[in-house]
Design a protein around this ligand. Sequence first.
Ligand code: OOG
Ligand code: MG
Length: 255
Amino acid sequence: MSDLDTLAKSVDDAARNAKAIAQLSMGITLSLEDAYTIQKKMIGLRIARGERRVGMKMGFTSRAKMIQMGVSDMIWGRLTDKMLVEDGGRISLAKYVHPRVEPEIAYLLKAPLAGPVTPIQALAAVEAIAPAIEIIDSRFDNFKFSLEDVVADNASSTGFVVGPWSKPDIDCSNLGMLLEIDGRAAQIGSSAAILGNPARSLAAASRMVAEHGERLEAGWIVMAGGATEAVALTAGMSVRNTVEKLGSVSFTVGA
Ligand code: OOG
Ligand code: MG
């Protein structure tokens, strides 16, 4: 096994056991390229266990998220079917280290997207859009990481919840977004916080995966990134994201 295989296995084990590990960057120097290789190998372990690739997620596409985590570059991660949480469903806190939620917008693709595209070209490949919630979790102690650490950790991907799909003819450039915890407003924002228009995030997704030899596939879901800061989850919470014109999506947190 190469060093990168060993690191991929340690991140995968941390996720499976819901037990935090030290940041990889504490022990060694990793390039961003190494970090994406670790991510790919780690997802390879999940695929080998029977998981299926269903999409990708963008991270750090809003200033609120960049500031909260002290990171200033966009990143991306891979989504598998096992990460999908049913709308209205319930998650078990025991499966996570220190999960947080983010109000997001999801795109469903009807055609592949490959390489650099404009936001308009990206939208032409969209079948539907939906309000979404991302459940992120860091496998690193205290939810602290370098850019390379978080990329190796699949951009903190853990779960995603997708609400009702709408036709893509709704202008999503500036829709109000409300993240409620137990019926109270926890974060209030706008889809405009996502790169000025979440369609830019979709275009960036196509460009960024191409740098690693991939393309976005028809049938995939792409998460555009949190519009606000992430909020920590505790047992018993009910979480809802309502996006103007798109409706809402929710889930609850069990013990
Ligand atoms: C990294 C993931 C960031 C987003 O929507 O910006 C992200 C993290 O904050 O742990 O998912
Ligand atoms: Mg996110």
